[in-house]
Write a protein that binds this ligand. Structure first.
Ligand code: FMN
Length: 262
């Protein structure tokens, strides 16, 4: 994993509205690089084909002042939504590092529902950002609107991990994740139906977006564990997409578990 990703967690944000155009534009070279990078990112599941297609924003329903939308496609295999969240968030962080503002755009619509045999999953809007101060300021967590740690983490806290995975972006900010730290070097990660926190997502779409969100969450978890030098084995468990309150998505076995959790 790219070691710059850790710092970019604190810089990234969703550009819900880009504002008036200011002259700076994404270059054709940058577009080519984005297209190449997608295939270099680490997948969560090996063996699920994915592709992206970059189109002018106008060809979608986005209309947030973006230049382009990156349409993301996948084979529909078990775990494909988590996989898209995991790879897509690497794109989100990569773009942030390049001064390009991303916006995961779940409500977006496109007529291009299929691409080279793969199914449309979600899009990400992008626009060049003229001024780095429009991103978050690393060190200032005040603009992260997230649930408190005790609402998603059970068991001993892990310094440098718990408070950072909490910053995971999610569709409508529903934050559908729960971690149970068993205290013996095992972390169970669940997709969780957080009571009363659905945003505008209709119930039948909660598992869809929640699964993408869990993929993003696992990416943050992996970045943090790598950053702390904690080796791990991650076992992915099938999420049947149902409406249960807790759906196990992954079990992490930490190899060099710090006894004092620090
Ligand atoms: C899978 C996913 C889908 C999203 N879809 C939308 C969307 O349709 N419209 C929108 O304005 N923001 C969307 N967002 C952005 C979230 O609202 C945003 O990530 C969340 O509020 C946290 O804010 P932050 O990303 O600035 O930290 C989406 C985010 C994710 C992860």
């Amino acid at each position: 994993m790219d070691s710059s990703f850790y710092d970019l967690i604190f810089k990234r944000k969703s550009f819900h509205r880009y504002g008036e155009p200011d002259g700076k534009k994404i270059t054709p070279e940058e577009l080519d690089e984005i297209s190449e990078m997608w295939y270099k990112f680490t997948p969560l599941f090996e063996g699920i084909k994915t592709k992206i297609k970059i189109v002018p924003g106008k060809q979608t329903s986005c209309d947030r002042g973006e230049e382009y939308c990156i349409l993301i496609y996948s084979e529909k295999k078990p775990g494909y939504l988590q996989n898209i969240g995991y790879i897509g968030e690497q794109l989100d962080l990569y773009l942030t590092g390049k001064g390009i503002g991303p916006l995961w755009f779940g409500v977006g619509r496109t007529k291009e529902r299929k691409y080279e045999g793969l199914e449309y999953v979600i899009m990400m809007a992008i626009r060049k950002i003229d001024d780095d101060s429009k991103f978050r300021t690393p060190g200032d967590l005040s603009t992260f609107n997230r649930v408190p740690v005790e609402e998603f983490w059970e068991g001993p806290l892990m310094e440098g991990i718990t408070e950072v995975v909490r910053l995971t972006p999610t569709a409508c900010n529903i934050q559908p994740w729960k971690v149970i730290n068993k205290g013996d070097g095992t972390l169970d990660v669940y997709r969780y139906r957080r009571p009363g926190k659905h945003g505008i997502i209709p119930p039948f779409r909660l598992a869809y977006f929640g699964s993408i969100d869990i993929g993003i969450f696992m990416l943050f978890m992996d970045i943090c564990l790598e950053h702390k030098g904690i080796g791990f084995e991650r076992t992915l468990t099938p999420d049947d997409g149902n409406f249960q309150r807790l759906n196990l998505n992954a079990v992490y076995k930490l190899k060099n578990w710090p006894e004092d959790n620090k």
